[in-house]
Design a protein around this ligand. Structure first.
Ligand code: 3PY
Length: 260
């Protein structure tokens, strides 16, 4: 994940992902084998419980792709379990304040005088190292530098505080959830591409992330939308989601079908 983000920030190919709302080792491995840089396992809105998250993380990593887990909220236990499962990155929704982002950064890093002295992550995990192809001691030494911590900016308060959030040590990336951003600004969520105020808010977040040397990502539901975001300068985008793709493809087949 981190290498693909650095590649994108250096002006190379964008970091491209896919998005899972459904559980299952086989599905996760199949999607992870499509050639994307990362697969997001959505424990916020997806049908993915704690055990399914562990399976999906292992499946994505086994395909040589980076597992990213979106946790349901700013919760220590969720961040800890996603990282212990072997997530290469975590995404935390609805981050609005420096205090919240500071809590995320602390939960996600081991205490280390060298890299993150105020981290509070506990050291009992036994699976995460395999996800990086490392021994357990190697993972423990390197984890603070290997994991990528992404907070979502998706409300007016988050946008107002985005520069300070981006400036925090331990926060690597800001990611726009455009549906929640539009919704929290008083618009119908799905209208977000047409609303200039939402686009302006997102542009402010992009500029803030870049000004602080951090990565900036945007949600997208297809290649066209993803390409538009990459053209605007975003470093990372998803270009689809499993249920959306399945619904679109199956309903098109039904329409075109000659089956009575
Ligand atoms: C949003 O669009 O609000 C997201 O968080 C992506 O699902």
């Amino acid at each position: 994940l981190r290498a693909s983000l650095e590649r994108a920030a250096a002006g190379g190919e964008p970091s491209v992902g896919q998005w899972l709302e459904l559980p299952g080792f086989t599905l996760a491995r199949t999607v992870a084998s499509l050639g994307c840089d990362w697969v997001l396992i959505d424990c916020e809105h997806g049908n993915i419980d704690d055990a399914a998250m562990y399976h999906a993380v292992a499946a994505v990593a086994s395909a040589g792709c980076s597992p990213v887990v979106r946790v349901a909220g700013i919760e220590n236990w969720m961040i800890k379990r996603a990282l212990d499962a072997g997530a290469h990155g975590i995404m935390v929704p609805m981050c609005e304040t420096v205090e919240q982002a500071t809590a995320v950064a602390r939960f996600a890093h081991y205490p280390s005088p060298r890299t993150f002295a105020s981290g509070t992550r506990g050291t009992g995990g036994v699976f995460a190292n395999a996800s990086f192809g490392l021994s357990a001691p190697e993972y423990l030494k390197l984890a603070n530098e290997l994991v990528t911590i992404i907070v979502q900016i998706e409300s007016p308060a988050g946008v107002a505080n985005c520069a300070d959030i981006a400036g925090l040590d331990g926060i690597d990336a800001l990611f726009i959830g455009p549906n929640d951003l539009a919704s929290s600004m008083g618009y119908f969520a799905f209208d977000h591409p047409k609303i200039s105020k939402v686009q302006e808010a997102a542009a402010k977040v992009l500029a803030a992330a870049k000004a602080k040397g951090k990565f900036a990502g945007h949600f997208a539901l297809g290649a066209e939308e993803a390409a538009k975001r990459v053209g605007q300068g975003w470093h990372f985008v998803n270009c689809g989601a499993d249920v959306v793709a399945l619904t679109a493809w199956m309903s098109a087949e039904m329409d075109d079908s000659n089956v009575p």
